[in-house]
Write a protein that binds this ligand. Structure first.
Ligand code: NI
Length: 243
């Protein structure tokens, strides 16, 4: 066991210890909910963005989300953090959730234990160095991990319930229609903030669903609003059920 592996192993353990001390942030909507009792038909939904950040698209998305008062979750690729520090700081400052999408967008399913730990820990470490200590939830690239592999992960994991395959369509209207057709309360929508068409689609989706009474919240908020206490190593697909 080399020094580097030991350090990474120690980091994995550290992340577990930090779980218990983490304070959940509640969305403003939830705070208002608690005191003023919003109507029963309040609907929550979560937009998630993978593979970024990317200058020119992510910043435009952040502008649009801010104008609309919508929160989102960004699962970022570790090796993109250094050159996009400002975008990440903005995400945090503007109330979005920042998550881990591995260091090099590695397929974790079928990977060696050492690789999984390294891909996750290295990104966690970079996020902590920039944004401060915290729990950075994981979205495994391609959304899958085997039972044994999940046990290595010390944070909750997020899949999705709506996937319009925006990376393949690269067509704003088709992506919007694919998402709106499937939209329902507590859904988790998968998009990629590295494509201009996906950014345009995301903002149109927010406009359309806000008119229908939806609130856009982070995944962490979505689960908390549904009374789900997110557990490490568990893969969540929506705010409806425990997994
Ligand atoms: Ni990805």
């Amino acid at each position: 066991m080399g020094k580097r592996e030991f350090v990474l192993g120690a980091l994995c353990l550290l992340a577990v210890v930090q779980l218990s001390g983490n304070v959940r942030e509640r969305p403003e909507a939830a705070q208002a909910d608690a005191s003023a009792a919003l109507p029963a038909e309040t609907k929550y939904i979560a937009l998630t963005f993978d593979d970024g950040p990317r200058k020119g698209t992510t910043d435009r998305l952040l502008d649009g989300l801010r104008e609309r008062g919508a929160s989102a979750t960004f699962f970022v690729v570790g090796e993109r953090i250094e050159e996009n520090k400002e975008l990440l700081l903005r995400m945090q400052a503007e109330g979005h959730q920042v998550g881990n999408h591995t260091w090099s967008h590695a397929r974790l399913q079928g990977s060696e234990e050492k690789t999984i730990c390294q891909e996750v820990s290295q990104t966690q470490q970079a996020l902590e160095a920039l944004l401060g200590p915290g729990e950075y939830w994981l979205r495994p690239p391609y959304g899958k991990m085997d039972e044994q592999e999940r046990k290595l992960v010390s944070v909750p994991m997020v899949q999705w319930s709506i996937d319009p395959r925006d990376w393949e369509l690269k067509d704003t209207e088709k992506v919007v229609q694919a998402v709106l057709k499937e939209a329902r309360p507590n859904a988790i929508i998968l998009l990629h903030d590295i494509y201009p068409t996906s950014v345009d689609a995301a903002l149109k989706i927010v406009d359309a669903l806000q008119k229908e009474g939806y609130w856009f919240v982070t995944v962490k908020e979505l689960l908390a609003l549904n009374g789900i206490e997110a557990q490490p190593g568990v893969l969540y697909r929506s705010g409806d059920a425990k997994t």
